[in-house]
Design a protein around this ligand. Structure first.
Ligand code: UTP
Length: 280
């Protein structure tokens, strides 16, 4: 049954089933999403961003070898017992509060067939309502309002549209991203009319690259089911979104803030230095 409440976004999907091959051997037994920037795993930054945006249900798509994620977002009685009442207790405050503040649910992607496929795998956790997606390896920071909060606000203004976060990248890097073309309908907001996954720089539609923050409408699930494998033989969310873009249902938002590609070594080191500098 559809009702008004279902139009409010409360759930955030975290596709976290990828192999993280760029970080091998570190990711042989540790999920990429659990690699820490300073003392916090990437996924915790993502969950904090979702909470800040007002969401309370975290739906995580995991895979084999990713159990550390579930353990992280759970109580740890033995550890808590050991440090309760000591000077170290405060180190656990943030994660404890998160565990109590949100609901976590998990499902496993059996075969890593791409981001589109991972999002479809999450359908069972999301149901028939609009939802946010955070790729935890894109670490975002903004002092005032998080990137996802900015997008949720936009969704309230443009309900029933998908919104992808974009940033300008050097033209030679377009082959690492989904790239959009569109018309600017208000400052930093584009109506998307075309999008291509990882285009050759010489063929790129623009240098406006999609980063790992999305607001999606439930219609996306049926579209993904019909989407054929694309670049790299994977089911690409960009290809599915193109179908909706052609129906005028996709906006792209040039967000305010910084974003680090922590799926790459360079981005990871940059993020570490940035957050270290911020904490000092
Ligand atoms: P990436 O392509 O950056 O992650 O996917 P990867 O495949 O783990 O990384 P490398 O290239 O091997 O180092 C972006 C996000 O989508 C998830 C990943 O976990 C990551 O958070 N993903 C990707 C899935 O959940 N399932 C997939 O089949 C593919």
């Amino acid at each position: 049954m559809k009702n008004k409440i279902n139009n409010k976004i409360t759930k955030c999907l975290f596709p976290a089933a990828g192999y993280g091959t760029r970080f091998l051997p570190a990711t042989k037994a540790i999920p990429k999403e659990m690699l820490p920037v300073l003392t916090k795993p990437l996924l915790q930054y993502g969950v904090e961003e979702a909470i800040e945006a007002g969401l309370d249900t975290m739906a995580i798509v995991t895979g084999r070898g990713k159990r550390a994620i579930e353990d992280h977002f759970d109580r740890s009685y033995e550890l808590e017992h050991q440090i309760d009442g000591t000077a170290k207790e405060s180190l656990m405050t943030e994660i404890r509060d998160i565990v109590h503040a949100c609901k976590f649910s998990y499902t496993r992607q059996l075969e890593m067939k791409g981001l589109g496929h991972a999002i479809l795998t999450g359908q069972t956790l999301i149901g028939d309502e609009p939802f946010a997606v955070i790729l935890a390896d894109d670490l975002c920071d903004n002092n005032d309002k998080s990137v996802l909060s900015q997008m949720i606000e936009l969704y309230e203004k443009y309900p029933n549209k998908c919104i992808v976060a974009i940033e300008e990248v050097p033209k030679q890097d377009t082959n690492k991203y989904g790239v959009i073309a569109g018309s600017e309908i208000e400052n930093n907001l584009y109506q998307v009319n075309n999008m291509v996954e990882k285009p050759d720089p010489k063929d790129a539609l623009s240098n406006l690259a999609i980063i790992g923050r999305y607001i999606l409408i439930p219609e996306i699930f049926d579209v993904i089911k019909e989407t054929k494998p694309g670049k790299g033989g994977e089911i690409q969310i960009t290809d599915a979104l193109l179908t909706l873009a052609k129906q005028g249902k996709v906006l792209a938002y040039k967000f305010t803030g910084r974003r680090f590609d922590c799926g790459s070594i360079d981005g990871f080191v940059e993020a570490t230095n940035y957050f270290y500098g911020k904490e000092k």
